[in-house]
Design a protein around this ligand. Sequence first.
Ligand code: ZN
Length: 475
Amino acid sequence: MSAYETIIGLEVHVQLNTKTKIFCACATSFGEEPNKNVCPTCLGLPGALPVLNREVVKKAISFGSAINAEINQNSVFARKNYFYPDLPKAYQISQFEIPIVGRGNIEIEVNGEKKIIGVTRAHMEEDAGKNIHEGNHSKVDLNRACTPLLEIVSEPDMRSSDEAIAYLKKLHSIVRFLGISDANMQEGSFRCDANVSIRPKGDSKLYTRVEIKNLNSFKFIQKAIEYEVERQIEAWEDGNYESEVVQETRLFDTTKGTTRSMRGKEEAADYRYFPDPDLLPVFIDEVLMQEGREIPEMPDEKRERYIRDFGIKASDASVLTSELEMALYFESMLSLGASAKGSVTWLTTELLGRLKGENTLQNCGIDSSVLAILVKRIDEGKISGKSAKEILDVLVQKRGGDVDALILEMGLEQVNDDGVILNAIDSVLNANANKVAEYKSGKDKLFGFFVGQVMKSAKGVNPARVNELLKEKLQ
Ligand SMILES: [Zn+2]
């Protein structure tokens, strides 16, 4: 056990998936030719005025509702002043003193233990553009300038990198279930800054926190936090804490697995925030509040419903609702007539268990309709579970396929003909008259022996039907 406690707070920037930018009518489409989606407002030309996009406000309200947060009917946009080549106005329009979303909560689960993580606030802001450095040149692409972001700030409530990852995954799924962002981490639509500090166990003081900036994969976030905690503990133990752990922004080097200093961390006062005189305070009328509060089923609710309606295990329900794609896949299987129990097993254990490395549910090529047919054929007794595993191996290897064609091709159809099964049962019972007598005098264990003999003598018969008929015969 470590003698230190880790304290983590997270700031997450989520790019909202509106069609147009937050303060102008330019498109937000990703991957366009540089500086194509621009206009005087997002180029920051003098005199161009911002106009707030109503959809951004609506999506922010939806997020607030999903985490049971206070939503401020009146909120204010402020200018955050700093110079950078990708920010031509030399200020970013953000929210400071009065954000749209106030205090809320997100529940996480780590090793079976539930914990509530506080969300301090969430505010709307515009993104900056992008600097691209090539050789001796630096270029600026302003397509991303003015795209809408929701910055979600947590309380410093997390005590391990596992808790931080659980929080981020939960937040990611909430945003995806709400449909307010594609939350694509590679494209930067969901990026995280982690504030990390340590203290001796039992100490209630908060020590110097270090910010690690722009982390865009769960794996890197975990590694960055773990490295940083290690670095701070080492400094503490060596007596160098004061000199080595300073309030600063650090970058995570993904190849070396270490963090390095980027710059001193600015205090809010450094940005000289003041209310933006170009924008009125945001007032949410009843209609907009109502629209924003109408949200779809959230992961936790879905999870409870799965447990209640389908009688599935809590751990399975958690896996199924961990990602929107997974829940949709499962629900699609049910709508195509596959049993809930079979769908759970064949999706979470069998299919996911076979997907390795880069293979994911979304890109494995096996559509929910294909897996649904496989489960239905098991439910119907047409194939055994063992045969279904062989078929699934082929489906995974060939990235999809036709289940019924494979059953024929691989000769895996089970015999369900009662005549054939009864014939086999009769010959087995006749050949083992002594054992039948023992069974009838109470040696129940012999039942398995009879099933085995029948299965051996009549290849490919349905074991479930063999069990039923054998029971009848022996009574
Ligand atoms: Zn524009």
